[in-house]
Design a protein around this ligand. Structure first.
Ligand code: AMP
Length: 399
């Protein structure tokens, strides 16, 4: 595998798969959050600084049948120009394959950029069509994958295309390298104690990740709505808290496996309970296994906060996926904030911490902790599948 930083792109055309799937305002089509574009800048800038030219390909939204104006990547051109600085020329091709794209690509000079139209205007992209991948591959001399967010998909531009570039001409970009090395560090090179914090709504979404972590972690903290299925599985009274009746057996099985393997499972001793799922609900606290009827646990309680924080602060490796409570409502944020603070303190003391997957990433960003953990993953679904132990096609295609 060739490494990006060692490669000199002078005189080469680098075809980069980026994740420019940014949210757009429905009326004005203005970009409402450009983080995904910013995340790809270091890769793009290094190639341009070497004297190479850049051809960017991405998907945007979920177009159904061919081209749809609202999903056109042309809405991104002027902002991309701005992000790259006034002097960089940015061209746009209104089809990701076809004559205009090839002609513009062939005429690109070092330091210039071409943005291609939405890959998903072709059904062949998501189908992983080989002919389509081969057509795309003709646009560049070197293939760079910097789209970790789609690495779990075997699409034409994220995986299949790599077959059309020889070794040394396909590589990860800097964002992808960062994501892969952070994930590998946690799963395969973790210092112990290794604590996994798993929260969120449903046990069913997290079974595979829990099973895989049983093989690797020393401690697993379970919080959020999913904790109550575990509580009930162990004979507790959980009132009206979230519960997946059809997962009670799974929960018992996970507890038994953990015991057999010597992995310590930590469930919240107490909960902040509410009389309805509402920001204006009446609240009280109760042991998580003795919640009265008519009440539901919507956050971990003070005893659980203390215990969880203690475990986290004694850890050398931390993986966090999923909030401890309904953090979208201020009343039920405290537990998630306490956990974020403990992860930040452990990191400060030398632990490696990775926050990955949807809502926990939103929580650390919202509470201002993103800079205080070792790594915040940009790829929700991809990171989750990686921690489930699956091989990600976008990674395998290059490795
Ligand atoms: P997930 O996408 O599975 O990580 O779940 C995140 C969602 O779980 C968030 O929207 C939280 O509001 C929700 N959640 C966390 N704790 C609870 C709880 N105790 N009861 C209901 N929902 C919860």
């Amino acid at each position: 595998m060739s490494t990006f930083s060692q490669h000199n792109f002078a005189g080469q055309k680098a075809l980069i798969r980026v994740d420019f799937n940014v949210p757009l305002d429905k009326q004005t089509q203005a970009i409402t959050d450009d983080n995904r574009m910013r995340a790809a800048l270091p890769t793009i800038k290094k190639i341009l600084a070497d004297g190479g030219s850049v051809i960017l390909m991405s998907h945007l939204g979920r177009p159904k049948e061919g081209p749809e104006a609202k999903y056109s990547l042309k809405h991104l051109v002027s902002h991309l120009q701005q992000l790259l600085g006034g002097d960089t020329k940015v061209f746009f091709a209104d089809d990701c394959i076809g004559e205009q794209a090839y002609l513009t690509a062939s005429m690109l000079k070092g330091g210039e950029v071409l943005l291609l139209e939405n890959l998903r205007f072709y059904k062949e992209e998501e189908k992983g069509d080989r002919g389509f991948a081969e057509k795309l591959s003709k646009l560049g001399d070197v293939y760079v994958n910097d789209a970790f967010g789609t690495a779990h998909r075997a699409h034409a531009s994220t995986a299949i295309i790599a077959d059309y570039f020889e070794a040394g001409k396909k590589m990860f970009g800097l964002l992808m390298e960062g994501e892969v090395s952070a994930a590998e560090k946690v799963l395969h090179k973790s210092d112990r104690p290794f604590t996994a914090i798993i929260g969120g709504a449903k046990v069913s979404d997290k079974i595979l990740i829990l099973e895989n972590l049983l093989e690797r972690a020393t401690d697993i903290i379970i919080g959020g709505g999913m904790a109550y299925t575990f509580m009930k599985a162990m004979g507790g009274q959980i009132g009206n808290s979230l519960c997946e009746e059809d997962r009670l057996e799974t929960a018992r099985d996970i507890i038994a496996k953990a015991e057999a393997k010597g992995v310590c499972i930590h469930l919240p001793g107490d909960s902040l309970i509410a009389d309805k799922f509402d920001a204006a609900a009446n609240t009280s606290s109760a042991p998580s296994n003795a919640i009265p009827d008519g009440w539901m646990g919507l956050d971990i309680g003070p005893i659980a906060c203390d215990e969880f924080a203690k475990v986290i602060k004694a850890s050398k490796t931390i993986l966090w996926n999923g909030p401890m409570g309904v953090f979208e409502m201020q009343k039920f944020q405290h537990g998630t904030k306490v956990i974020a603070t403990a992860v930040a303190e452990a990191t400060e003391a030398g632990a490696f911490s990775l926050v990955g997957g949807g809502d926990s990433v939103a929580a650390v960003n919202q509470f201002g902790f993103a800079e205080k953990v070792s790594y915040v993953s940009t790829g929700g679904g991809a990171m989750l599948e990686y921690f489930e132990g699956k091989v990600l096609p976008g990674i395998a295609a290059i490795k």
